[in-house]
Design a protein around this ligand. Structure first.
Ligand code: 1DF
Ligand code: MN
Length: 341
């Protein structure tokens, strides 16, 4: 074997975060039904599987290392679990992000060969988020930021968030655009059929977010920004042809004041700004497809530990019918380059 396995979308949660989630739910707050559905489940379920997920989320030591050894994962890039701090009021979110980042950095210092981390930030306060990203990278040695899709129903294509893009670009670190539940304006039809979470709602929400960033023109302002998306690009790679076609028609017809003329086709931004990971998608056909349309340099391995901790799944990527050199890119070299490990 010529590669080591680096897993790039791996979650943790300090006990303090769960306590805050619990307090919010117990207070009767329900401004975000997606959050209440998801975390209500994780915090109240009596099932042994969920207890194991919760224990693994809170461990940044022996349990996690043992799981990594058992599945042959050399290194995890760890980030605060969704929705992170993004549902709290702004001062709480800013404080919690700092404290989570300090704890993550401490674990990375103890196990520098096995762990790397991404900074949690609070988009509720864009200047503080940019500052925390800079502190995370410069002082704590973290490798980028994680943002769990919308914040209070708002998306990063809004220029008020762009100082976060500016900071990421200046530091030359990626933003991992991780899923979260769809916002209140969108969740109704999903939740009615139990489709709001990782089964599908996450991907619809996050694919929409990616596309909003692309068509807003933000990436013409930040041509060197790097964004990483999980779940093989939240279905967008499959849509590229039609999005390009319809976008060019809409621009030509001047149909929406909000549809900007872009310097490039939407698919070009997807190929040039975005990287995708295999989190939760241990299935050969779409992995090969993503490599074929985005290029082998743009697809990275992820497990989505501990939510999708299924040891046998590693075999799917191990057995891909691709050259050993491309497997090394998938598992190792792309992650080392994108996250500057
Ligand atoms: C789940 C999946 C939950 C992912 C997550 O965060 C999460 C799940 C609360 O399966 O309920 O981040 N995921 O990334 O796929
Ligand atoms: Mn995840």
């Amino acid at each position: 074997m010529t590669y080591v396995r680096i897993a790039t979308e791996e979650a943790f949660a300090p006990p303090e975060l769960f306590q805050r989630y619990r307090a919010l739910l117990d207070s009767g707050w329900n401004a975000d039904p997606g959050f209440c559905s998801l975390m209500g489940f994780y915090l109240t379920s009596q099932s042994p599987r969920i207890a194991e997920v919760a224990a693994r989320l809170q461990d940044l030591g022996e349990l996690r290392l043992r799981d990594m050894d058992e599945t042959g994962i050399a290194k995890q890039i760890i980030s605060l679990t969704a929705p992170g701090v993004q549902i709290f009021d702004s001062p709480t979110a800013v404080d919690l992000a700092r404290s989570a980042n300090d704890q993550l950095a401490e674990a990375v210092r103890k196990h520098p060969e096995r762990f790397a981390g991404l900074a949690a930030i609070a988009p509720q306060n864009p200047p503080a988020a940019a500052q925390e990203l800079e502190r995370g990278v410069r002082q704590l040695g973290l490798k980028g930021a994680i943002i769990n899709s919308h914040t209070g129903g708002e998306y990063l294509d809004d220029p008020k968030f762009w100082e976060i893009f500016e900071a990421a670009e200046a530091l030359d670190v990626p933003i991992y655009l991780h899923p979260t539940s769809p916002p209140p304006a969108m969740i109704g039809p999903f939740i009615e059929r139990g489709l709001d979470g990782a089964i599908f709602g996450f991907a619809v929400e996050t694919g929409l977010h990616m596309l909003r960033i692309i068509v807003s023109g933000a990436l013409d302002r930040f041509p060197n920004l790097k964004i990483v998306a999980g779940h093989l690009g939240e279905a967008l790679p499959y849509w590229m042809f039609r999005i390009d076609f319809m976008h060019s028609r809409m621009v030509a017809a001047n149909r929406y004041a909000s549809v900007n003329k872009l310097m490039r086709k939407p698919s070009e931004y997807l190929r040039e700004t975005f990287y995708v990971t295999t989190s939760g998608m241990a299935w050969e056909p779409p992995i090969l497809y993503a490599q074929s349309v985005l290029g082998v340099d743009r697809v990275l391995y992820a497990m989505d530990y501990p939510y999708q901790f299924v040891p046998e799944e590693v075999k799917v990527t191990d057995d891909l019918p691709i050259p050993e050199a491309d497997k090394q890119k998938l598992y190792q070299l792309n992650a080392e380059r994108v996250f500057r490990l």
